[in-house]
Design a protein around this ligand. Structure first.
Ligand code: TEU
Length: 570
């Protein structure tokens, strides 16, 4: 079936390759260890490239691999133009780029422009310099308020908990100025009104683009500019609402227009994918206006409960906002910052209040239900118009590791919350590749504590490869069909009327995705089944017109009319 169809995109050299691309997110530290030191690295990624080619993705996005103390998973960059020795060398990076390109995979890196590491030479120079010096001008150093300046300059708080300001001593050891850090105290915020900052990031972009990097994901793209007066955040001010003193300020768009012209000067043009949080989808879509960035994560599905109405609302909102700016949405279910989605779906959706482990940890879990919903979810994701980012390990059906030993927790959220919030390490556990016990061939050193649960013996790449009903095979099939089917990728979509608890969407020509979110069978239209989310092996006799509970199917040439009656047999 799908093999009979031909590839419908414009070919590997098309400047618009990203519009319907499937990008695979590589959290390098946990992907695969190539040198036996227990830490994932470039050598391991190179060894794993064929897994990604076999999966059928178009590109990879690699979380920050730059020189860094690694206090926030590499989002604390000390040198943007060199590799962290944990991961390899520039020569390794070059080898990876050429091996990926040989295999038709594009490579996106992760740019962290909102802050640097406190180990960055600029911050070290700032610490050594007096108050009000130019060296301090690249960051936000301010006098404190209150008696002796012992109160932070304003009431802003860090995304990781606690105040967004830390105080540094003067040269003679007295309490001195405060500096701003919207994340951890090892991540001082850059002042983007200082000319050096913009110039240095242009140099970083050119450095990597010249080496052949195809683009960047941009970290905290909504944060670069702050209100010049650094005013207190009014109590009750909605997160990122217009007028917010540090999120989603209009001046950030000037930065992206500048970067766009820099990227467009390359052949083929390089691309940007923004992590931008804004008050509304319309505000978020401003990041992908014609002369700005190419993509912005549509976090709406990642945040939506697994109910037909919530998913439909999230999709409609996103599609409408992107239609206004004529940029395709970038759909995503999981990433390195959130609870793995099968674990979110394993909970009673009426009780789920957020997308982190801390939000659900006390809720009862039905892992089988989570699996079924997650398998259906990826068929929804890949049927939507636009492009998609997958997070490493979702193709193996991995759940969050919720019982990680405390000594394996590295996320600054854990410490900054006084151990009230377990943080994001449970979705960053090393991938299982093969074998029956940890470390499941992630590393050659059997003594490394990875936190991988024993049950992952059924989730290794090797085990899933052997089982034709596995999640890995489901992803492979879905990606193969998506690449070949003329209706999938960019384009329009419409909803087909369906029962409560059923999502039915159509793409032209001749494709439908039907999803049953209920726990009873429902009718679906006749038509050739391209793929179903449940295991194919135990098809019942009536399966040609029924959707099983929690099942999604892709249908080729479905009847244009919805099935009649639309009733269930329940
Ligand atoms: O995340 C930015 C962000 O605002 C959140 O997703 C953040 O992780 C969350 O509020 C914390 O609970 C990006 C990166 O994706 C994240 O890994 C980094 O920690 C962060 O920036 C700082 O660079």
């Amino acid at each position: 079936m799908a093999d009979e169809l031909t590839r419908h995109d414009a070919g590997p050299h098309a400047a618009t390759w990203w519009t319907d691309a499937v990008v695979y997110q590589v959290y390098l530290r946990s992907f695969r260890d190539g040198n036996g030191d227990g830490v994932g690295d470039i050598a391991g990624l190179r060894a794993g490239l064929d897994h990604l080619v076999g999966l059928g993705v178009d590109a990879i996005w690699i979380n920050p691999w730059f020189r860094s103390p690694g206090l926030d998973g590499g989002y604390d960059v000390a040198d943007h133009r060199d590799l962290d020795p944990d991961f390899g060398t520039l020569a390794d990076a070059d080898a990876l780029l050429s091996e990926a390109h040989e295999r038709g995979l594009r490579v996106l890196l992760d740019l962290v422009p909102n802050h640097t590491s406190s180990a960055h030479p600029w911050f070290q120079a700032a610490l050594a310099a007096p108050a009000d010096s130019d060296d301090r001008g690249r960051y936000y150093f301010r006098q404190g308020r209150g008696h002796d300046g012992d109160q932070p300059p304003n009431n802003w708080t860090s995304a990781f908990g606690g105040p967004a300001w830390s105080r540094v001593p003067t040269a003679d050891g007295e309490p001195g100025q405060w500096y701003l850090h919207l994340f951890s105290s090892c991540q001082p915020d850059l002042d983007w009104t200082h000319a050096d900052v913009a110039e240095d990031f242009r140099e970083t972009l050119r450095f990597w683009f010249d080496r052949g990097v195809d683009g960047f994901r941009i970290d905290v793209a909504h944060g670069l500019h702050k209100h010049g007066d650094l005013p207190d955040l009014p109590v009750g001010h909605a997160s990122a609402a217009p007028g917010h003193p540090f999120w989603d300020r209009d001046q950030v768009h000037d930065v992206y227009r500048d970067w766009r012209s820099l990227a467009d000067a390359y052949d083929p043009p390089r691309v940007f994918l923004a992590e931008a949080v804004a008050d509304t989808v319309e505000r978020r879509a401003r990041y992908v206006r014609d002369d700005e960035l190419h993509g912005v994560f549509a976090f709406d599905l990642l945040e939506a409960r697994w109910t037909a109405s919530d998913l439909r609302d999230a999709i409609d909102r996103t599609v409408a906002a992107h239609g206004e700016v004529t940029a395709p949405p970038t759909w995503v279910l999981s990433n390195h910052d959130v609870l793995r989605h099968p674990s979110r779906y394993a909970r009673d959706q009426a009780l789920v209040t957020g997308h982190n482990l801390v939000d659900v940890v006390d809720l009862q879990r039905d892992d089988e239900l989570g699996d079924a919903r997650a398998r259906a979810a990826v068929l929804l994701l890949l049927a939507l118009p636009g492009n998609v980012v997958l997070y490493q390990g979702e193709e193996l059906g991995l759940h969050e590791v919720e019982d990680l030993p405390d000594d394996l927790r590295r996320d600054p959220v854990w410490e900054r919350s006084d151990h009230q919030d377990p943080g994001r390490d449970g979705c960053r556990v090393p991938l299982p590749w093969a074998g029956d016990a940890p470390p499941f061939a992630f590393t050659s050193d059997p003594t490394v504590a990875t936190g991988q649960p024993a049950r992952w013996r059924d989730h290794t790449v090797a085990a899933m490869d052997r089982d034709p009903t596995s999640t890995l095979h489901l992803y492979r099939s879905a990606l193969r069909i998506r690449r070949a089917h003329p209706a999938l990728g960019v384009g329009a979509m419409s909803w087909v009327p369906a029962d409560d608890g059923v999502l039915a969407l159509r793409r032209e020509p001749g494709f439908a995705c039907w999803i049953n979110l209920t726990d009873h069978p429902v009718r679906r239209p006749a038509g050739r089944v391209l793929l179903r989310s449940t295991a194919q092996a135990d098809n019942g006799p009536d399966d040609d017109v029924w959707l099983r509970p929690h099942e999604a199917v892709w249908i080729d040439d479905p009847d244009v009319a919805a099935p009649d009656p639309l009733g269930t047999n329940g």
